[in-house]
Design a binder for this molecule. Structure first.
Ligand SMILES: [Zn+2]
Length: 249
């Protein structure tokens, strides 16, 4: 069974970030996007946290509409319309992506990409122990700051099964990013966030063996390998655009 998980984002809060960085072992943030050719990725798998809370499938009755924001304020309406579910990571009835789409990772008027957290990669996206690991695991220490990757709006922020404390942010560029196993959540549902904003503090809530960030990137609900967009060793984007195909998910 494929596990479904979402994505992240990050925004500005320079002083907070600088302070947090000085105090924490989670290196770096605020790396600007750069244009580099994509590289072939060597993927390895290891045992680790579990992947997932089963996404509940959905129905209109399970959808929650933001009360504080008009539907016209939701990011990426061109891809999602006014669908804004604040209960689940993925809603089964939402249309899945199809065909090839190229996303601008630096839309006009938005902030530069910021790494959620830089650290040792503990586990890659892909099959793991007979299940699909729908994100990438990055080592961190308890309460190390976790930053939003792109500008956007918090679609989900709560304790959610195997994910533990999790935040999902929908971004202006159409992506969603997911940050899980947090020890604490620093943002509120429906809150507008910028790349580099602190999403929360790292931890091991939910199904996690030790402190790490489980980071997911999703488009229209479908998780894809975050390495398609992010160079985790250099802590920056691989390119200012991202092209996804049917076989990317
Ligand atoms: Zn994970």
């Amino acid at each position: 069974m494929a596990l479904r998980f979402p994505k992240w984002s990050f925004g500005p809060a320079c002083l907070v970030l600088v302070s947090a960085l000085l105090l924490s072992g989670c290196k770096s943030s605020r790396k600007a996007a750069s244009s580099e050719p994509s590289e072939k990725i060597s993927v390895t798998f290891d045992a680790g946290d579990a992947s997932s809370s089963k996404s509940s499938s959905s129905s209109k009755s399970s959808k929650t509409t933001a009360s504080a924001t008009s539907s016209s304020g939701y990011p990426a309406r061109e891809y999602y319309g006014d669908r804004w579910n604040t209960e689940h990571v993925r809603i089964g009835s939402d249309p899945a992506p199809s065909g090839t789409v190229t996303l601008n990772l630096r839309p006009a008027g938005t902030s530069d990409f910021v790494m959620p957290c830089c650290g040792k990669i503990l586990s890659e996206f892909g099959p793991r122990n007979g299940r699909m690991h729908t994100g990438i695991d990055i080592k961190l220490e308890k309460e190390d700051p976790v930053y939003c990757a792109f500008d956007g709006m918090v679609r989900l922020a709560k304790d959610y099964g195997n994910y533990g404390k999790v935040v999902v942010v929908r971004h202006e560029n159409g992506l969603e990013t997911l940050y899980s196993h947090l020890n604490s959540i620093a943002v509120k549902l429906n809150q507008r966030v910028r790349a580099g904003d602190r999403i929360g503090g790292g931890g091991k809530t939910g199904n996690a063996q030790g402190e790490h960030l489980h980071f997911e990137t999703r488009f229209k609900g479908e998780p894809f390998n975050p390495r398609l967009a992010v160079d985790f060793e250099k802590c920056r984007l691989k390119s200012t655009t991202l092209t996804l195909h049917d076989n990317s998910y």
